[in-house]
Design a protein around this ligand. Structure first.
Ligand code: ZN
Length: 339
């Protein structure tokens, strides 16, 4: 699925949820990140098509780097030559300008061109054997980090920046000896960097077996869409999407006999994301603050707490219903006091 296609589908989902069409844009009262969270985690459980698209593009990248065979791979290699997927894995950004939309999507995985890494790169590592299929500078074969990232200075002055690991040394009396060539003499501080590089290289082993990739998010070492989904979820896990209180309350709105549109209304209410006059004024829909007072009593700003709790025109009805239900309202908690 190309970026254009999934963006259009997301737009259709968005329009369905918030209303509106091509010429009329409605307000998105809740961020799409929250909408796509599972109901158990406080969201609406709408499938995040962007994540689905990235997982599938990641599958293509995995098949390309892990050496799958087939006519499709021959065609891609014939089309793009030495252009390797992802700028972080040796791909050339300049080559992307002439590339197809699909190849560009596989190469960037939704990130901007100047991104220093992506979620896929952070999930793969290279097991080096004889080093013939592993790029010395671009592949993450040393502690899972590309050497070009860790030793940027040395990479810039290297005379063999595109060489494979197996080309960067030779066997001498049964021992692997690293051989570096530089475009100029190294400065003293660069020699210190080279010493650090050698220390790391001393922990690596060159053998006679073929190099291979492994996917770190699956015990089998192979890429799967399911494990990619978990990896993508983890990459956003540190972002604060819901407060602790929202996480506790929002899943409760689905435990009801009420129709789903009422549950969604409650979901928005608990986040204060309803088109109350106060919220419309905050978003510039109502220009005059005096027009943001309660439509029922006209005495106070029309907030969710006021409209659904403290308004003298409505509170008596709520108290009557709650008394009939045998629920005790905690006034200081406003709307949240119902829960
Ligand atoms: Zn009122």
């Amino acid at each position: 699925m190309s970026v254009i296609v999934w963006k259009k589908i997301v737009q259709i989902q968005w329009n369905f949820l918030w209303g509106g069409h091509k010429s009329v844009r409605k307000i998105a009262w809740v961020s799409w990140d929250k909408v796509c969270q599972s109901k158990r985690d406080g969201g609406l459980g709408i499938i995040d098509l962007r994540a689905v698209n990235l997982e599938l593009l990641g599958k293509w990248r995995w098949r390309l780097i892990s050496g799958g065979v087939g006519l499709w791979r021959d065609i891609i290699l014939a089309t793009y030559g030495s252009l390797f997927p992802s700028p972080h894995l040796g791909g050339r950004l300049g080559g992307l300008r002439k590339a197809s939309c699909w190849w560009r999507n596989v190469s960037l995985l939704g990130d901007p061109e100047d991104a220093i890494s992506d979620w896929f790169l952070e999930g793969v590592a290279k097991k080096v054997g004889n080093g013939r299929l592993t790029s010395f500078w671009f592949d993450p074969w040393l502690d899972g980090v590309p050497s070009m990232s860790r030793f940027q200075r040395l990479f810039k002055v290297s005379a063999h920046s595109s060489c494979m690991v197996g080309d960067m040394g030779s066997w001498v009396e049964g021992q692997w000896i690293w051989v570096f060539r530089w475009r100029r003499d190294l400065f003293v501080w660069e020699l210190n960097l080279l010493e650090s590089l050698h220390e790391i290289l001393n922990h690596s082993t060159i053998s006679t077996v073929e190099d291979s990739w492994f996917w770190m998010h699956d015990p089998s070492g192979h890429y799967s869409v399911k494990s990619a989904f978990l990896a993508l979820s983890c990459s956003t896990a540190n972002e604060v999407i819901f407060s602790v209180e929202e996480k506790r309350l929002l899943p409760k709105v689905w435990k009801t006999w009420a129709p789903s549109n009422v549950a969604v209304f409650s979901w928005q209410l608990l986040q204060d994301r309803l088109p109350t006059r106060q919220n419309l004024w905050k978003r510039g829909v109502i220009g005059d603050v005096s027009a943001s007072t309660c439509v029922l009593c006209g005495l106070e700003p029309e907030t969710a707490d006021h409209l659904f709790g403290s308004c003298n025109q409505i509170s008596q009805i709520w108290y009557g219903i709650l008394r009939w239900l045998g629920v005790e309202l905690v006034p200081s908690h406003g709307v949240l006091g119902f829960f």
